[in-house]
Design a protein around this ligand. Structure first.
Ligand SMILES: *Cc1c(COP(=O)(O)O)cnc(C)c1O
Length: 345
């Protein structure tokens, strides 16, 4: 069923140009540089031109006029000891296991190579697993891509078995947009496979309340019922979710489908995505709108993945607004001020 949906995706410039009255030549140019795929499920979430779903998946001429972004914003290639594996932090690695996605996000930070079948191969996956086996400090493996859950069930099982057989690997995580962009992929068969490899965490990726549908809720229910903890990466995107009320509503809806917000990312400085960038203040305003106003479970870590490979750094609004002798002046979510003692030693 999910394969049929995927096979009916829009991938050709003329299809999308006709649908939304876009200039065909320009669309051809964009799509030849950054591939397009919009599967019918995700396409069906678009209510009108330029809405938050449209903006995430329909090519925009600014993608090819952008001069500001970096081709490899997180310097993943330089921190890559073997193709497809990034080892940036002491105890965990990122391993790419798929080159394709159910829908290509126009703001993708791996825009430079996603959709390109030479990005990942059986050989690169094997070498990545060998690297993990040879490095005892790796206790956490994050599978990404492309979307790992677009692999066949038996391929997913093969990869999970190999990684699970490495004694020093404690946890495995899968980064996937499938529960949001192709929820039909989360079949009973797939969850039966995945539940054999606990502790296995799913990091999914929703960006707007319109993406929370009965189908995505069903996919998340299946995953959660299989004992897979669900976290969410959300990317802060201009014109999509940069209103505090929208973000608060998304975080609340995620909890209602058993997904715990994990990160809210400042959009990476990837080439071809500058029309999505927001001012840092936006993210802080959003965090202020959530903290205290709604359940603490709704609160993601607002973080920036530093250009050049510095890694993720959290940003927080400051609630300490002053100091009087040994008293801190602290503001709560309503803007009321309180004094709190700083105890010595
Ligand atoms: C994001 C990322 C991780 C995981 O980071 P956490 O903060 O542990 O979720 C690991 N490796 C790379 C290269 C990453 O970009």
């Amino acid at each position: 069923m999910w394969k049929k949906i995927l096979s009916e995706s829009i991938t050709r410039p003329e299809e999308v140009s006709v649908l939304y009255g876009l200039d065909m030549k320009t669309t051809e140019k964009i799509v030849s540089r950054y591939p397009m795929r919009i599967n019918p499920y995700y396409l069906g979430l678009i209510k009108e031109k330029d809405d938050p779903i449209y903006r995430q998946c329909i090519p925009d001429p600014r993608e090819i006029s952008d001069q500001r972004g970096h081709v490899d914003p997180l310097n993943e290639e330089a921190l890559s000891p073997v193709r497809g594996l990034t080892h940036r932090y002491p105890d965990r690695v990122l391993l790419l296991v798929s080159s394709i996605c159910p829908t290509y996000c126009r703001f993708c930070n791996r825009k430079r190579k996603v959709g390109n079948l030479s990005m990942v191969s059986e050989d690169s996956i094997k070498q990545g697993i060998d690297y993990i086996r040879d490095h005892r400090q790796v206790r956490d493996v994050l599978l990404s891509g492309g979307d790992p859950l677009l692999l066949e069930d038996d391929e997913i099982q093969w990869i999970l078995e190999r990684i699970r057989s490495i004694e020093h690997v404690e946890i495995i995580r899968i980064g996937t947009r499938v529960p949001c962009t192709l929820p039909q992929r989360i079949t009973e068969d797939l969850t039966r496979i995945m539940k054999k490899f606990h502790p296995l965490y799913i990091h999914t990726h929703f960006n707007h309340p319109m993406e929370v549908t009965s189908q995505s809720a069903l996919a998340c229910r299946r995953l959660a019922d299989a004992g897979l903890p669900l976290g969410c990466h959300t990317v802060l995107l201009k014109g999509v979710n940069d209103e505090p009320a929208t973000m608060k509503s998304l975080m609340q809806k995620l909890l209602s489908i058993r997904v715990r917000p994990y990160y809210l990312f400042q959009a990476d400085l990837a080439r071809g995505t500058s029309h999505f960038w927001t001012n840092m203040k936006k993210g802080l305003d959003i965090i202020k709108e959530i903290q205290g106003h709604t359940s603490g479970l709704c609160m993601p870590h607002f973080a920036v993945d530093l250009p050049g490979g510095g890694g993720k750094v959290p940003f927080l609004p400051s609630y300490i607004v002053g100091k009087e002798k040994n008293l801190l002046i602290i503001e709560n979510y309503r803007g009321e001020r309180f004094r709190y003692p700083v105890y010595e030693g």
